[in-house]
Ligand binder design. Structure first.
Ligand SMILES: [Zn+2]
Length: 303
């Protein structure tokens, strides 16, 4: 169950790229319908009209919270494409995106390329996908497209899109038992990771962001981003926001999750499952033994 569950979650993992992007054949061949709302223009085929309207609804739904809580809002116009097929998705993303990804943000172009929920495998999560990518765009615009660590980008995107509900922290719990947490600065290479390691990277990213918000408040997020916008070093930025340098902060976060009692519960459930299977097996063996003895007795009596 855990394996198939991970597989489903992995389809939700979305990637952020900053490749130079130009309109390609696929884009010019299609006649796109356009829906413009405030700073956002959605390009779609007629069959996706309802999805285009939904995107506007999602943006209106989350914008007030973003601007008040973390001071993130759309600064420059954003283009959102709803691709009617895998071929068009490949064409717009120049075939550089793994098939499992549901969407891509091309930050330098303020563009989001989405698979249409009409054919994409994760139709249930369209809202989460849109919000996830929108968070990437908002962060990139806020820092004026300066580099931001991947754990912060992805952690914020997962935190605000609500994917965290799906992202069980089981991978982190297991990593703690084998002492194999990924150092946060290594998460920048997430696209080169194997599937399980990438999942762990996303879960860690989410947990760090949650740790920051829980301990330093939402106001810490714009403070961090302002530091990146001003090209400050990680240590400078964390000193200002958390009163400690980055490696001390990371150590404190690791200490926190190691002490978190939730892992005991998760591991207990794991153990409980195996114990239950063992007990059921023993009960089955005893039942069979009793039944057989009964039969032997019946045979003896009938003889
Ligand atoms: Zn992402």
């Amino acid at each position: 169950m855990i394996q198939s569950w991970f597989k489903n979650f992995f389809k939700l993992l979305l990637i952020l790229i900053s490749i130079a992007w130009r309109p390609t054949a696929g884009q010019s061949e299609l006649n796109w319908n356009k829906l413009t709302h405030s700073q956002t223009t959605i390009y779609f085929q007629q069959s996706d009209l309802e999805n285009a309207r939904q995107i506007i609804y999602f943006i209106n739904e989350i914008s007030p919270a973003f601007s008040t809580e973390v001071k993130l809002s759309i600064i420059n116009p954003v283009d959102i494409y709803i691709c009617p097929s895998q071929a068009i998705f490949n064409s717009l993303t120049r075939g550089q995106i793994p098939e499992w990804s549901e969407a891509v943000t091309i930050s330098g172009r303020n563009a989001i390329i989405l698979k249409s929920p009409l054919w994409s495998q994760s139709r249930r999560n369209f809202r989460a996908t849109v919000i996830h990518e929108l968070v990437h765009i908002l962060i990139s615009q806020k820092v004026n497209h300066h580099p931001v660590p991947t754990w912060l980008h992805e952690g914020l995107a997962v935190y605000f899109s609500g994917e965290a509900e799906l992202a069980s922290s089981a991978m982190v719990g297991k990593a703690l038992t084998t002492n194999s947490l990924i150092p946060l600065n290594r998460i920048d290479y997430v696209l080169t990771f194997q599937r399980d390691k990438a999942l762990l990277a996303y879960q860690e990213s989410y947990l760090v962001v949650k740790f920051i918000i829980d301990n330093y408040g939402f106001s810490a997020i714009p403070q961090l981003l302002e530091g990146f916008q001003q090209h400050q070093s990680l240590d400078e930025i964390f000193q200002k926001v958390t009163r400690m340098n980055f490696s001390d902060f990371e150590a404190q976060w690791q200490q926190f999750i190691q002490n978190d009692r939730r892992w005991d519960v998760i591991l207990d459930i794991d153990n409980l499952l195996w114990t239950s299977i063992g007990i059921l097996f023993i009960i089955a063996v005893i039942t069979l033994y009793i039944r057989n003895r009964k039969r032997v007795k019946e045979w003896e009596q009938s003889e």
